[in-house]
Design a protein around this ligand. Structure first.
Ligand SMILES: [Mg+2]
Length: 230
């Protein structure tokens, strides 16, 4: 069975940057109005690393207490802001693609998001997180420092626990919008389908090593055929 691991932000959904703005608002609540997210790289990165970088960039120690406080406040601000974000939506072709794949593959998530806030984002865009029986989240790396490349083995382990057999990595794919998604797939022998619905062009994603790079998922049938072809 093909295991297909979807990134969330700018792959399945667009929330128009509400996530990073909610993190910034959380920082301002806890640490004062000068707290800023500008200059902190977030596309395709793990939430625990973004939280750490935000703390350090704003002159605060990345202690477990500070990180946990920022994470809690982030969840609150995201829950408040998302319903007011009229542009939060599933990206073109995504609903159709999931409908095509669901009966024929194991669907999964492989994302930098924390599980609670990643699920909040999906629901806000009309996607039920329960459609993805396998998930590797941003805080699931067993290593310190964490890295996105640690997450495919977590997903494969969860596949084994759920289905009682191993998934063949060569039949698994990561679907994402950044070179980080591509790199984590290729580092683990998985296929990489990249979509230019985030900050990176088709050419940049192809140069990063994507096996297939598409402008978006609007041709859901073609994307499904490729994902199921291994
Ligand atoms: Mg993404």
């Amino acid at each position: 069975m093909n295991l297909l691991l979807f990134d969330i932000d700018a792959t399945l959904i667009s929330t128009s940057g509400v996530g990073i703005r909610a993190m910034e608002a959380a920082g301002r609540e806890l640490f004062g109005p000068s707290f800023t997210a500008s200059g902190v790289d977030y596309a395709g990165r793990l939430d625990p690393l973004i939280v750490r970088d935000l703390l350090v960039a704003n002159g605060h120690a990345a202690t477990p207490a500070n990180a946990a406080g920022l994470r809690d406040a982030y969840r609150r601000h995201l829950s408040e802001k998302l319903p007011q974000t009229a542009t939060a939506r599933a990206l073109p072709g995504v609903a159709r693609l999931l409908d095509l794949l669901e009966p024929r593959a194991a669907l999964g998530l492989l994302t930098g998001n924390f599980p609670d806030t990643g699920s909040i984002k999906l629901r806000a865009c009309g996607i039920d997180p329960a459609r993805f029986p396998i998930a590797a989240w941003g805080d699931d790396s067993p290593h310190d420092p964490p890295d996105r490349a640690h997450l495919p083995p977590v997903a494969l382990q969860r596949f084994r626990a759920r289905f009682g057999r191993d998934a063949d990595p060569a039949r698994c794919a990561v679907i994402g919008d950044t070179p980080h998604d591509v790199r984590c797939a290729k580092a683990n022998g998985l296929r990489a389908l990249a979509v230019a619905t985030g900050m990176f062009s088709v050419d940049a994603l192809r140069d990063a090593g994507a096996d297939l790079a598409l402008p978006d998922l609007s041709d859901a049938a073609a994307a499904a055929d490729w994902l199921l072809s291994a």
